[in-house]
Design a protein around this ligand. Structure first.
Ligand code: FO1
Length: 307
């Protein structure tokens, strides 16, 4: 099972999948558009959120970072007048330091990620969408903002006109990405209920990935990130309105258009206008059982679509 994912919602879906399918059979293609350099460290938030979630170390309230963190590093940073707008817990810091050191030594982001997953007995394959930088920029009423400036520093307040995937045209798919999509053993390709514009579009912006998805023999099923006409977390609904769209599953279906064969829609939303194959279930994922239910419903829809 291949799943395109980013952010907290995506990590929840992948965790749900591990309750249904052996982790060794799951390959996550992960957004790296949120990656940035901070205090000299390379930070990959969506890879980290997925790793922590699958390792059972994620902070369940924030969705990002680790649970049970200590904050001595940040206290020392503040005492020395350093930037404290982006919080790095002491355990989280270790991951950024080790990743940055291994990157500086010439190791690739995919190999580093696989090594960390192995250290924590995470058997889901986690593939960065690219090992080249494709930083997401937001063209807003306040001008061009780097992703973390928009998402954390400005708390997603500025209205967005356009989302830019800087460097996408020069980026190569990460190791194993195209192979996973094209593999004839792949039974289903899922697009997680992540923010389509901020977490999934960066993955689709990498040349070759969209084409591979269109050509894939496996059915491609997206899970709508909308629950009851709103987004569960993050700026999905706000972005849709700022980009001029209603907050509806039909907009999600149109956004992914010919890339997907089916759409899983929340039971609270109106699916009547949909022309593509679809199913409905309660897609709100609060508990592990919820996550497993959504994952199972998506796989069942995919199985209906196998040619
Ligand atoms: N999000 C925040 O709102 N505030 C933070 O201080 C913060 C720190 C942080 C550190 C590591 C990390 O992996 C993620 C962190 N995030 C923080 C979340 C991050 O901005 C988002 O997870 C993604 O970029 C979007 O999903």
């Amino acid at each position: 099972i291949v799943v395109l994912t980013g952010g907290v919602g995506g990590a929840k879906l992948v965790l749900g999948l591990t309750q249904i399918v052996a982790p060794e059979k799951i390959c996550a293609i992960v957004n790296t558009g949120d990656d940035f350099r901070h205090l000299g460290l390379h930070i990959s938030p969506d890879l980290d959120t997925l790793l922590y979630t699958l390792a059972g170390k994620a902070n369940p309230v924030a969705g990002w970072g680790r649970e049970g963190e200590s904050w001595n590093f940040m206290a020392a940073v503040r005492s020395l007048g350093g930037p404290d707008w982006f919080s790095l817990g002491d355990g989280d810091l270790a991951l950024h330091v080790l990743r940055s050191a291994r990157l500086a030594a010439g190791e690739g982001l995919a190999a580093i990620t696989a090594a960390f997953a192995r250290s924590w007995n995470v058997n889901v394959t986690m593939l960065p969408m690219s090992e080249d930088p494709v930083p997401t920029l937001l063209d807003t009423e306040e001008g061009l903002l780097a992703f973390q400036d928009y998402f954390v520093a400005r708390r997603c307040a500025p209205a967005v006109r356009r989302v830019i995937f800087d460097g996408a045209d020069r980026a190569l798919p990460g190791p194993g990405v195209i192979e996973a999509i094209e593999d004839r053993q792949t039974e289903a390709i899922l697009i997680a209920p992540s923010n389509p514009y901020l977490s999934i579009d960066p993955i689709l912006s990498v040349p070759g990935i969209g084409t591979a998805l269109r050509r894939a023999t496996a059915p491609v099923v997206a899970i709508s990130p909308i629950v009851g006409g709103a987004a569960v977390k993050g700026p999905t609904a706000k972005l849709m309105q700022e980009l001029g769209f209603p907050v509806s599953p039909a907009v999600v279906a149109a956004h992914y258009s010919e890339l997907i064969d089916g759409l899983l829609v929340d039971q609270r939303d109106d699916a009547s206008g949909l022309t593509l194959a679809h199913a409905q279930t309660d897609t709100l994922m609060s508990t592990l059982a919820d996550r497993a239910r959504v994952a199972e419903a998506a796989l069942m829809l995919a199985q209906r679509l196998v040619p």
